[in-house]
Design a protein around this ligand. Sequence first.
Ligand code: NAD
Length: 288
Amino acid sequence: MKIGFIGLGNMGAPMAINLAKDHDITGFDTIAQPDGIAMAPNAAAAAKDADVVITMLPNGDILRAVADEIHPAMKPGAIHLDCSTVDVQSARAVATQAETHRLAAIDAPVSGGIGGATNGTLTFMAGGPDAAFAKVKPLFDIMGQKAVHCGAAGNGQAAKICNNMILGVTMIATCEAFVLADKLGLDRRAMFDVVSTSSGYSWTMNAYCPAPGVGPQSPADNNYQPGFAAELMLKDLNLSQMAAEAADADTPMGQAATALYQQFVESEDGKGKDFSAMLLRFESRRRG
Ligand code: NAD
């Protein structure tokens, strides 16, 4: 396939490099110039002959601006595959616009981070038409280990933000429970042994434990180097709250998690740390 790849940052570059082993890639990025990818002078030039144009961009406003530039240049029947994490409304607006240019759009945000992008083990959550999903499925198989088709346009983004809202809330619950356990004189390893095999178990406790030296290796054992950075968790929580507002859904736990991560990132030195470093925040605020 001829593929245009726009947005070759931390995630996009390794994804494009994996695809370049089997496909003809033309890239574009306003800043990045990764080795091993042929670059076009602008986004429209990267998109014009492509069967599939993949975008991996920072946010919905940039995605909309890039879509305005590339959709008129793309050939009819081509697919715009957006793998960025953006708001549901931008994903749906881009899909509607694609249709007016006789293109198909798939929104397919990922989980798995930079390691998953490099190793080709990402999980894709996709929204969009069946036929377009089937056409890009072989690309998902190269870049990832799993692709779930979640329904119509925007549903990939919906799945991603619902998942990450649960993740943010459970990480906070796990961290605050560890600090309560400390205060009550309960050993952290005993706490882990009980909770990880009891009804309080969760991915954040069992697979990504925020307490160092307890449970399997996690960013906590590496001085909270990300991993999944706190500011990226805040981005996804903010998207969940935008979606909740627009859909009139009541998400009080998501709202509380958003406020805590915002405080952590903006005024408690959380920026640049893994999102599990929320444990340090509770440790230092025992009387706060
Ligand atoms: P990044 O900032 O490293 O990469 C984004 C790239 O887009 C940059 O190279 C930037 O120069 C480029 N860009 C910005 N505006 C552009 C434009 N108008 N035209 C062309 N290129 C442009 O970000 P990232 O970490 O690669 O994340 C990309 C997306 O993936 C985000 O939506 C993020 O939320 C999502 N995501 C990231 C991770 C992660 O662990 N980093 C995990 C899951 C999802």
